[in-house]
Ligand binder design. Structure first.
Ligand code: BJW
Length: 236
């Protein structure tokens, strides 16, 4: 790993590419989810208001698929968990993924900015509930008087990603910003590297991806290859 990062804070942004070799499809690759589903129909707040059941069907299909597949953390998740255990400073993983493979590999300091599978949320009282249940428009919250509609605890286009204050605070104190397996097409995550360059000019920035992302030229260091190879090699 780069020598000048001191012992302070490492922020690792991860995207779908880190879980690809665990068997989870990315969104925008040739075999990605958005080649099979229209994101405007299943992953926007407007889609939700237009046709809740269609959005829930997409989510329920994902649940079925997730529980049927033999999905395990891979060597890239394991390497980041090892980094957190062995690095004398702070390591924070900010993941855009809703899967729990970082936690499965042993990472403890993980922020899910686009939500988390295995959780649902009430649209009236905002209570987040651990649940793998399939949702339909009749399933209402038992925790609030309003009996609000339950929805997947994920962030759709047009909604504010989660825990942004904590994320920007961590970016502001980081000495290394690492981006792994993300296309750099979705904001605000895609803007983190620019934020670090502007606000923490001494921090080192590195992109580890299969191919150059949209914002690749903003990173000081760029390493390309499958996550299971480049991530373990980088954090050694
Ligand atoms: C490998 C590999 C291997 C493959 N090893 N690598 C115009 C300009 C700028 C911004 C906007 C705009 N219009 C609208 C916006 C904002 C919008 C946005 O960014 N749109 C862009 C598409 C233009 N963003 C939002 O709406 C966000 N909210 C927001 O901005 O709030 C502000 C706000 C203000 C005021 C009012 C309200 C709000 C919300 C974004 C939500 C994203 N949600 C999703 C679905 C989550 C649920 C779920 O997972 O089911 O999040 S969409 C999807 O994309 C998912 C992902 O987290 C996200 C990012 O994708 P990711 O992870 O980068 O995957 P891919 O497939 O794109 O890339 C994979 C990469 O891996 C590739 O590069 C491969 O090469 C690589 N790879 N195999 C290593 N083996």
């Amino acid at each position: 790993m780069h020598q000048d990062v001191g012992q302070a804070c490492i922020v690792v942004l991860t995207g779908a590419g880190i879980s690809k070799e665990s068997g989870i499809d990315t969104f925008r690759d040739e075999d990605g989810l958005w080649t099979r589903y229209d994101l405007e129909e299943v992953a926007t707040i407007e889609a939700w208001h237009r046709n809740k059941q269609k959005v829930l069907d997409f989510y329920n299909e994902g649940l079925t698929w997730f529980s049927g597949a033999n999905i395990r953390p891979n060597a890239a998740h394991a390497a980041l968990a090892r980094l957190e255990r062995e690095w004398p400073g702070e390591v924070l993983i900010v993941t855009q993924n809703i899967d729990l493979l970082h936690e499965g590999a042993g990472s403890r300091n993980v922020l899910h900015m686009h939500g988390q599978s295995g959780k649902i949320r009430c649209m009236a009282c905002d209570t987040v509930i651990d649940s793998d249940m399939r949702l339909d428009t009749q399933t209402l919250c038992a925790h609030c008087g309003a009996r609000g509609q339950l929805r997947p605890h994920v962030v759709w286009f047009g909604e504010m990603p989660l825990r942004m204050d904590e994320i920007y605070a961590a970016l502001d104190r980081c000495t290394l910003f690492l981006s792994v397996g993300t296309s750099g097409m979705v904001y605000p995550a895609a803007g983190f590297v620019q934020h670090v360059r502007r606000h923490v000019p001494r921090a080192h920035t590195a992109e580890l991806n299969l191919e150059p992302s949209d914002g690749h030229s903003l990173f000081r260091e760029r390493i390309y290859g499958p996550a299971t190879e480049v991530v373990p090699a980088y954090v050694e």
